[in-house]
Design a protein around this ligand. Structure first.
Ligand SMILES: [Ca+2]
Length: 592
């Protein structure tokens, strides 16, 4: 058996765990793992002990503690117009759904979502070349998941799944669809350029994680990239539960890290980039690709992640005394290769480089150094947010999640995923439903509640996040979702953990693909759509590839011929998992 993955074994004894140190009774056992272990370490078993400060009583939090914003100050703090005022504590906190927790206040939620960060691009997930000390430390303080999946292999649907708890067979948004034409009055009202018209908007009837938390009295912010609908549409982040939105609404706008402006809610905030740097360009004809001066037009002054970090820090400071939800959706490490010189320095000269002269995204003379520096910059920014939580004494009161919306980009001249071993032994990259496109890091830290330094092999996905947060906070999740809470796993009670019968993904683009995971088995169908948008070569009659991830994590050996019953079962489940969505068609499955 491949020791990299032992997913078919539901329970077993821990192995290779080194008891490293005992930190006084209050903290419990800290376990460490070898960094090369990409996926195989079992969830550490924490004995009934002092991790849970459990006196057997069910102590509710502070109901309505902060139901009135302090005089005159907006709940978001800061200057300028803000979204709707949060409805504080309309639902009284009824204490955690996990009554053994003994909490003095409702915990904050900080969810950091990286963009296009691959499964093995963090040190704690086996990365050898790129340094990510802050995220590695976060993992050592919390739980690291080895079999967690994004909602989709591309940005917008993955975020929709995360926000709504529904997988792509049921989700409202199932692909990166840009609005062809925004209604004229909306474009005019907000001053939205046609090239940044935004993505297909999330419908009103979808209940987001932000709406759930806002209703429970949380002040909510999304800072970074949105991609689920322009201002003035049903997908407006301010209409989907966020009191504050700051950053890029349209994903295409986010292709430049040195734009002319960012958004604060529906208002443009100008950036000092004169001229702004485009996300897409080539070196001009005749420019010398070996001359650093040729690349100067692609270096701006005012780096959007700096602005986002400062806005996030301000949001946390302004709301330190009330429960907040910060969805920090940094554009890092999505292309283009834009990174300030001071961040780049650490990686210059380390590796042979082939200048990228631009072919779609903007050029960079040292693409390997640039990409590594972007990952380290992401790590540094997360480190800054964690340091602020520490400074404000909010560490124990804040549940920190870190994940990525899909695998490493598939553009090899910009990002040399083979060189970095960006997805480790996994097959496929962004856009693919093989493991490399969808298996992503997930780290969760909650000091005093989640056993530190632990690793879980629990099979989970983005649609589990909403019910997990709901259970941790004692809230009822919306009806009709696909997710299963993994709160029991987080709290060190794997014996209480419910499991998925299967996970499901579909995507109209990249040839038309769908995939299932059942225990150690993975089924993949490709080429369901033709290039012209019709039925692909063989439609639903095309082969369902079957892989046993337990001994073939790289999905190299299709064993469908040996397991006809399993293939038949998966084909049935696909019909069960998919409901038609007229905007995002899976032609072989949908009625004419
Ligand atoms: Ca992405």
């Amino acid at each position: 058996m491949n020791p990299q993955l032992r997913s078919c074994m539901p329970t077993r004894q821990p192995r290779q765990l080194r008891l490293w140190m005992l930190v006084g009774g209050a903290v419990g056992v800290l376990l460490v793992w070898s960094p090369e272990a990409l996926s195989a370490q079992p969830a550490a078993v924490i004995a009934e002990q002092d991790v849970f400060q459990n006196d057997g009583q069910n102590v509710p939090g502070r109901p309505n503690q902060n139901s009135t914003p302090p005089g005159g100050q907006t709940p978001l703090g800061g200057p300028g117009p803000v979204g709707a005022q949060p409805a504080f504590a309309t639902t009284e906190w009824k204490a955690s759904g996990l009554p053994r927790l003994n909490l003095k206040r409702r915990p904050n939620i900080l969810f950091v979502l990286a963009d296009d960060l691959g499964y093995a691009e963090l040190g704690c997930y086996g990365q050898q070349k790129i340094k990510t000390p802050h995220l590695d430390r976060l993992a050592s303080q919390g739980m690291r998941f080895t079999q967690h999946y994004a909602g989709s292999p591309v940005c917008a649907p993955s975020r929709c799944v995360l926000m709504t708890g529904k997988h792509t067979g049921h989700a409202a948004i199932r692909d990166n669809r840009e609005m062809k034409q925004l209604p004229e009055q909306i474009a005019k009202q907000y001053g939205i350029e046609p090239e940044f018209s935004g993505q297909q908007p999330l419908p009103d009837e979808e209940i987001t994680l932000a709406e759930l938390l806002k209703k429970a009295g949380y002040v909510t912010a999304c800072i970074g990239k949105w991609g689920l609908g322009q201002f003035g549409t049903s997908g407006d982040p301010n209409r989907q539960g966020f009191d504050l939105f700051y950053g890029y609404n349209c994903q295409r706008h986010a292709h430049s890290y040195y734009p002319a402006y960012l958004w604060e809610n529906g208002r443009k905030v100008p950036l000092a980039n004169d001229p702004p740097v485009p996300g897409h360009a080539k070196l001009p004809p005749g420019a010398d690709p070996n001359d650093p001066a040729s690349y100067r037009p692609f270096q701006g002054k005012d780096y959007a992640p700096d602005r986002m970090l400062r806005r996030a820090e301000q949001f946390i400071r302004d709301n330190k005394d009330r429960p907040f939800f910060l969805f920090y959706t940094t554009p890092l490490v999505h292309l283009a290769l834009h990174i300030p010189e001071e961040d780049l320095k650490a990686y210059l000269g380390l590796w042979p480089e082939t200048p990228f002269t631009g072919n779609g995204y903007t050029p960079h003379p040292t693409p390997r150094a640039a990409y590594a520096a972007m990952v380290s910059r992401l790590d540094r920014d997360v480190g800054r947010l964690l340091a602020l939580l520490e400074e404000l004494d909010l560490e124990k009161d804040t549940i920190v999640f870190f994940s990525s919306d899909n695998g490493t980009t598939h553009l090899p001249k910009e990002v040399d995923a083979a060189f970095f071993q960006s997805v480790g032994p996994l097959r496929g990259l962004k856009g693919s439903l093989y493991e490399g496109g969808i298996r992503v890091p997930l780290i969760v830290r909650w000091p005093g509640q989640i056993p530190p330094g632990t690793i879980s092999e629990h099979i989970s996905a983005f649609w589990d996040i909403l019910p997990t947060v709901a259970e941790l906070l004692g809230l009822d999740p919306p009806a009709g979702i696909d997710g299963i809470s993994f709160a029991p796993t987080l709290l060190g009670r794997p014996e209480e953990q419910k499991k998925h019968e299967y996970l499901y993904w579909e995507i109209e683009s990249y040839g038309g693909q769908l995939a299932l995971r059942m225990g150690c088995w993975k089924g993949v169908m490709q080429g369901l759509h033709s290039k012209g948008g019709g039925l692909g070569a063989a439609g639903f009659g095309s082969r369902l590839e079957l892989y046993n991830l337990e001994n073939d994590i790289g999905e190299k050996q299709d064993v469908s011929a040996q397991h006809p019953d399993l293939v038949r079962k998966m084909r049935e489940l696909i019909h069960q998992a998919h409901t038609p969505n007229p905007l995002f068609r899976m032609i072989p499955l949908d009625p004419e």
